[in-house]
Design a protein around this ligand. Structure first.
Ligand SMILES: Nc1nc2c(ncn2[C@@H]2O[C@H](COP(=O)(O)OP(=O)(O)OP(=O)(O)O)[C@@H](O)[C@H]2O)c(=O)[nH]1
Ligand SMILES: [Mg+2]
Length: 257
């Protein structure tokens, strides 16, 4: 039996894509997963759709936020409820492809990584060609994040992030809206966790197709990065490397000492 994975899906007014994205998540072969959907006070039919899906599929657990509180708050709720060995974030639009789960989970399953980011700027998978200035903004935010944390990511803002559950549940999260990505990046970097990146496909959408993120979110991300770069203390992981599973890594650590 493969290790259990908790897929956490924040949902806000996603009636157009919700059924399809849930079907795609559940259709990934050879997975042992629970799908935790957190509705963030949707005003469209998303809640009704989630309640139908929960009745149809025993792997789905639905949680309702009392009002719209933001993606970060929805993720905090979902992460708290997770029971799998690993936790993976999945947006409820169709910009990311669940077929990439095996790629994302592989470094975690091999116990090489504590955290895996799916990068839209790496690899040969299809990437929709979209806004030039958006890609500049994304790369600039990633560059600033790298300067502040001294890690070499290529895509800090990616939605596809996967974690060991004990790791993500041990990190206190504070950002309620779109600050989740820069907050978690600074916090994992400060903890000196083992971070990997894998190239993923990206089926981005245009503003006409429903894209919402704008330049103000970029400014907010900058502020969040600076805030946690200053206030988050540096700490070392204590027991994240299981010795019996990772002799090679232990040996290389002792050789360096
Ligand atoms: N916009 C928005 N999304 C939310 C909120 N709460 C939860 N979400 C969910 O968070 C995920 C990401 O939201 P998106 O609006 O797609 O944000 P994004 O992918 O960073 O930006 P886009 O380029 O606009 O797609 C989706 O699954 C949303 O349904 C909220 O308050 N506002
Ligand atoms: Mg999106």
């Amino acid at each position: 039996m493969p290790p259990k994975v908790s897929v956490v899906m924040p949902v806000y007014n996603e009636h157009a894509t919700l059924r399809t994205v849930v079907e795609r998540v559940l259709a990934v072969p050879d997975m042992n997963l629970e799908l935790i959907c957190v509705d963030d006070g949707s005003k469209d039919e998303s809640r009704g759709i989630l309640s139908d899906l929960e009745k149809q599929h025993p792997q789905i657990r639905v949680f309702l936020q009392p009002k719209n509180m933001g993606k970060g708050a929805a993720l905090q709720r979902g992460i708290r409820e997770a029971t799998g060995e690993f936790v993976l974030i999945q947006d409820a639009d169709l910009e990311y492809d669940p077929c990439d789960y095996p790629l994302l989970l592989d470094p975690l399953i091999q116990n090489k990584a504590d955290v895996v980011y799916g990068s839209r700027f790496l690899g040969a998978a299809p990437h929709r060609v979209l806004y030039f200035w958006h890609s500049v903004g994304n790369k600039l935010l990633t560059l600033i994040s790298n300067c502040l944390t001294n890690i070499n990511l290529t895509d800090m803002e990616t939605c596809y992030k996967a974690f060991r559950r004990d790791v993500i549940q041990s990190i206190p999260l504070e950002e309620h809206r779109f600050g989740f990505e820069p907050e978690i990046t600074v916090k994992v970097a400060k903890r000196h966790l083992r971070i990997y990146e894998v190239g993923i496909s990206y089926w981005g959408r245009t503003y006409e197709e429903g894209k919402k993120i704008g330049w103000k979110d970029g400014v907010r991300a900058l502020w969040v990065m600076l805030k946690y770069a200053i206030k988050e203390p540096v700490s070392m992981p204590h027991s994240y490397i299981e010795p019996e599973k990772d002799h090679a890594m232990q040996d290389s650590v002792s050789l360096r000492n």
